[in-house]
Design a protein around this ligand. Structure first.
Ligand code: ZN
Ligand code: FE
Length: 639
């Protein structure tokens, strides 16, 4: 591509059979050109001769093409196609600080020059994304090392054929805009298509964020992009249809081990091998970060990350993905697995499928996903630290220890419960959870305490409504969620009272955490189920806030305390159940400090720990766990 004498010089669709497009352009198997979106591009003589020559590297390369026979790029601005070289023009416009919608391999990106703060801020405003960090693309690892710390594991992930977004720690000083991310980290990827290479080489880095409207699926069609991303200054389009839209995958590295955060482009539809043979099962996943899973025999196939099922477009995408996965895997499901939540769209969809349904408790599915990918056969204690999930007792679970064996589970410990004022709306407003914990801990005095320590957190009117709702137990389901406890501490310390993206309050709390010897109190009430009392911790935290202890120290102490508390709890449960194999799962484990702290400490204390590597610990891994539990149930019980 970079050789001026080669006939594919600067050709944006030059491709390699090992790392080039495959899943996003395939309609059916086998992977032959007529079954791909290259079907309508007829090979020219030169390409055909390469295609049939056994010693040519393009021998039977299904997606081979050149500028005279393959797909091409156009630049559209103000609804007109630009005559000039589209790639050169795109580079020029990006240099001028413009926002470009660029069609890639799995969908559109919105791109701006990452050194141009005005452009980054304008993109934030137009995309309605005030706080969530943007992903970056930079031409080479050497360039990335100028603005981020790149360890050996990170480097090999960046350069892998999957080419995911890798979460890296920022370096200072930097030429990049500070508006890209408020965190000490951001996600970076290398260019993974020739078109990206041709553009990004002219920049230190580009912001490359998914081309979608907030909480909607990634856009993959030219017409939809022109309409829904109309705020972009120009559109760099191409005429190769994207048949299976795919977001960029996201991974991070904790203690030299890879953690999957979003599993999509590059990893899908790679199978996950299972120890146990499964009947034909389709699992529909959760509600947020939705994925699907088709399992049969010793293989489970997860779909790409589909996203938030509150959006009608995502639900439609999910439906077409089910058909597509059945087509590609040849597995016609005989059972359908889903969550127990009666209001999840995925549950409703399962009910309409006309197949026998197996409902799997949310946190059981989290543990089972980890058991499935690690091939765990023995009984385990599953520690699930999560946002929300529908529990067997109709409360909202999320800080649980489940004793899991084969397809069964038993809840053996959980956090003390607290009302969630307004139900799901409390997720958006961490101050509501903070107020709820204060009222539980200090009675009516709780409101005065919050008013005193965080006078700006809310208006009196809203606070009164929340207090009344709690008093009268209106729309205030009980929760044992660890995610909501992180939200609470984030709000109490004044970091985050309302959020604009999932997990924001907890992320800001983790980001500020410093080193400290300080610790908070907790104790257990041990009955049939062990209940971890949180009120002593809230007491201590309020005392610290009132005596002016730095937020970094309070956050550090809170993290340490959670690690200690869970280690103690494991010792207690070990003596009770004679088990020392521990699974760590649930979205809260995306917190690096918590995950590595707890894993290390448990190992030091002689426990065997298991965590996720192939699927996310968040709800993106649920479908695998659901399929696994359902498969074991069918095989064992016959239902
Ligand atoms: Zn050709
Ligand atoms: Fe979850």
């Amino acid at each position: 591509m970079n050789d001026p004498k080669n006939r594919r010089f600067k050709y944006p669709f030059i491709n390699c059979t090992h790392c080039g497009p495959r899943f996003t352009i395939i309609q059916d198997l086998p992977y032959d050109r007529p079954n791909t979106s290259m079907a309508n591009f007829h090979l020219c003589d030169a390409c055909f001769l390469e295609y049939i020559a056994p010693y040519d590297r393009r021998f039977h390369a299904q997606a081979t093409a050149c500028s005279s026979c393959g797909p091409s790029v156009t630049l559209v601005t103000h609804q007109k196609t630009v005559e000039a070289d589209p790639v050169d023009m795109a580079i020029q416009m990006l240099k001028q600080g413009k926002i470009l919608a660029i069609k890639g391999m799995g969908g559109f990106h919105l791109a701006v020059d990452a050194t141009n703060t005005a452009a980054v801020l304008r993109l934030r405003k137009l995309k309605n994304r005030p706080d969530k960090p943007f992903a970056l693309m930079s031409a080479t690892v050497e360039k990335i090392k100028q603005f981020a710390e790149v360890g050996t594991v990170e480097e090999s992930l960046l350069e892998s054929a999957q080419s995911p977004i890798v979460i890296l720690t920022k370096k200072y000083p930097t030429v990049l805009s500070t508006a890209i991310s408020k965190s000490p980290t951001f996600g970076v990827m290398l260019p993974y298509t020739p078109l990206h290479h041709l553009i990004v080489t002219s920049f230190s880095a580009l912001v490359m964020t998914s081309g979608n409207v907030s909480d909607q699926p990634i856009i993959s069609r030219n017409d939809v992009a022109l309409e829904n991303l109309a705020f972009a200054d120009a559109f760099l389009l191409h005429d190769r249809p994207i048949l299976n839209p795919c977001d960029d995958s996201i991974v991070c590295v904790i203690n030299k081990e890879t953690q999957m955060i979003r599993r999509a482009r590059g990893y899908v539809p790679g199978a996950i091998r299972l120890q146990k043979s499964m009947p034909k099962i389709l699992a529909l996943g959760g509600h947020l970060k939705n994925t699907l899973c088709l399992a049969h025999h010793h293989y489970a196939y997860l779909s790409q990350h589909l996203g938030d099922l509150s959006s009608v477009d995502t639900i439609q995408w999910m439906q077409s993905t089910i058909d597509q996965m059945i087509q590609l895997t040849g597995i016609s499901p005989e059972w359908v697995a889903c969550d127990m939540h009666p209001d999840y769209q995925s549950t409703r969809m399962a009910e309409k499928m006309g197949l026998p349904i197996i409902q799997v408790q949310h946190h059981h599915a989290h543990v089972a996903a980890c058991m499935a990918e690690n091939g765990i056969m023995e009984p385990v204690l599953g520690i699930i630290l999560d946002g929300t999930g529908y529990g067997l007792d109709q409360t909202i679970w999320g800080g649980e220890v489940l004793l899991c064996e084969k397809h069964t589970f038993r809840r053996v410990a959980h956090l003390e419960t607290v009302p969630m004022p307004g139900g799901a709306s409390a997720i958006q407003y961490p101050w509501k959870m903070a107020l709820s914990w204060l009222l539980k801990t200090f009675g009516t005095e709780g409101l005065d305490i919050f008013n005193h320590i965080q006078p700006q957190a809310f208006d009196q009117h809203s606070a009164k409504i929340v207090q009344q709702a709690l008093d009268q137990k209106i729309l205030s389901p009980l929760t044992s969620s660890m995610g909501r406890l992180f939200d609470t501490v984030s709000a109490l310390t004044g970091l985050c009272q309302s959020i604009t993206y999932e997990g924001q309050a907890a992320i800001e709390l983790e980001n500020i955490a410093g080193d400290t010897h300080r610790k908070y109190s907790y104790h257990y009430i041990d009955k049939d189920i062990t209940i971890v009392q949180i009120q002593p911790m809230i007491h201590d935290i309020i005392k610290d806030i009132r005596s002016g202890i730095a937020v970094s120290e309070i956050s550090g102490a809170f993290h340490t305390t959670i690690v200690d508390l869970l280690t103690d709890l494991c010792h207690h449960l070990k003596s009770k159940f004679e088990m020392d194999h521990v699974v760590l799962s649930g979205g809260v484990f995306q917190n690096k400090r918590l995950f590595s702290g707890l894993k290390t400490k448990l190992q030091e204390h002689g426990f065997y720990t298991y965590a996720h590597a192939k699927v996310p610990c968040n709800d993106g891994g649920l479908s695998l766990g659901q399929a696994y539990v359902a498969g074991l149930k069918v095989a064992r019980v016959g239902l």
